[in-house]
Ligand binder design. Structure first.
Ligand SMILES: Cc1cc2nc3c(=O)[nH]c(=O)nc-3n(C[C@H](O)[C@H](O)[C@H](O)COP(=O)(O)OP(=O)(O)OC[C@H]3O[C@@H](n4cnc5c(N)ncnc54)[C@H](O)[C@@H]3O)c2cc1C
Length: 340
């Protein structure tokens, strides 16, 4: 059981900034996210796009903003459960909450702040027989712990940035045998990545299968072979220990709908005149996931909401203490020791 002061569901920009604001009030945080990386939409959808409306930054790349937010939060040593979806919230007898993920990791805290954006990013799955049998037995929709893959036969399907970035990573950084399979002959990824992938093919570091798709998965207990079929009807059987179909992620509210929260327009209704609390005492919702009259789905609005919600969380955790707001220019940023 992971114990903390605030469980944050969603490690997007708003969840990350919540760690900083909570840290200023000496509250520890643990973040949960379905995807194995931090940054939410900024990392998943537009890491290389400039953002022009972050106060104090006339222009900043989305990926750089995520990096900065993590640097800002890091003195407060947040914990992370990444690559797992928050599935259930249980209210305990002592009024605390237990949040359980789809991999059965349990987290306990007096406060839950939901910064789940548009919902958890779920993979687009290909239509192929026996797919679910091989999930986590050779078939994965996200690459977790790539450093653990060595001397393996790795195949990646997809034509976007994620597919090409990982294909390049494995071709350049590992001694795996790597194949990239794409159903068309045009890639949607950045031009530099496309140039790079063809260069790696010339150097025999990767094999590219164009106008092709995986049509069959073979293996008794784990994935062992795949069949790649091209548009002319030719089938190629290859040894494959891992197949990553990287066809993009789509956000789904999913389990959030079952937590007893008031939902309107696919978002959680909050009390914006007070503190962004939900209808359940101790649970707050900030960022793109919430709704109220006049709501704007913008990063800076999420930052404000997180700041106000954390102050209310402090009062719930410390009913006997009076919180006096101090500017960081006066009190500085006093981080936490690890494991303290
Ligand atoms: C192309 C594009 C351009 C944009 N440009 C701008 C801009 O210029 N300026 C601006 O202010 N805004 C912009 N936005 C909007 C901005 O990205 C969002 O306002 C911002 O990402 C919201 O942050 P968030 O932390 O609330 O949610 P998100 O960034 O959506 O992060 C939410 C995270 O929660 C996770 N999650 C959800 N449910 C669960 C669950 N049950 N368990 C575990 N994890 C869960 C998700 O996987 C996700 O990683 C843009 C959006 C897009 C798509």
């Amino acid at each position: 059981m992971i114990k903390t002061d605030i469980i944050i569901i969603g490690a997007g920009p708003v969840g990350l900034f919540t760690v900083f604001e909570a840290g200023l009030m000496k509250l520890r945080c643990h973040l949960i996210d379905t995807i194995p990386q931090i940054g939410g939409q900024l990392s998943e959808l537009y890491p290389k796009k400039p953002i022009y409306d972050i106060p104090g930054f006339p222009s900043i790349l989305a990926g750089k903003l995520v990096e900065n937010l993590m640097e800002q939060a890091s003195p407060f040593n947040p914990g992370f459960t990444l690559g797992e979806r928050a599935e259930k919230i249980i209210k305990n007898n002592d009024n605390s909450f237990t949040v359980i993920t789809d991999k059965n990791t349990k987290h306990k805290a007096p406060i839950v702040i939901i910064s789940g954006g548009l919902g958890s990013f779920e993979p687009r799955k290909p239509k192929i027989d026996n797919l679910s049998f091989y999930e986590d037995k050779g078939v994965n929709y996200m690459v977790k712990n790539p450093e653990n893959l060595n001397k393996k036969n790795i195949f990646i399907s997809g034509g976007g940035d994620s597919a090409l970035d990982w294909a390049i990573y494995f071709a350049e950084n590992s001694d795996n045998r790597v194949g990239l399979i794409h159903r068309s002959s045009n890639f949607r990824a950045h031009k530099e990545s496309v140039e790079k992938i063809f260069l790696l093919e010339k150097q025999n570091k990767i094999k590219i299968y164009l106008n092709s798709q995986v049509t069959k998965l073979i293996g008794e207990n784990n994935l062992n072979q795949i069949i790649i079929s091209d548009d002319s009807g030719n089938n190629t059987e290859v040894k494959s220990d891992h197949w990553f179909p990287l066809f993009g992620l789509i956000p789904r509210l999913g389990p959030i709908l079952n937590w007893g929260l008031n939902i309107e327009k696919n978002a959680i209704v909050v009390n914006n005149s007070l503190d962004y609390s939900t209808n359940i005492k101790g649970i707050f919702a900030v960022g793109d996931i919430n709704t109220y009259q006049g709501k704007l789905k913008l990063i800076l609005c999420g930052f404000h909401e997180a700041t106000v919600a954390v102050k209310a969380a402090y009062k719930l955790i410390n009913p006997e203490k009076k919180y006096v707001m101090k500017y960081t220019t006066i009190q500085g940023v006093q981080g936490f020791e690890k494991n303290n």
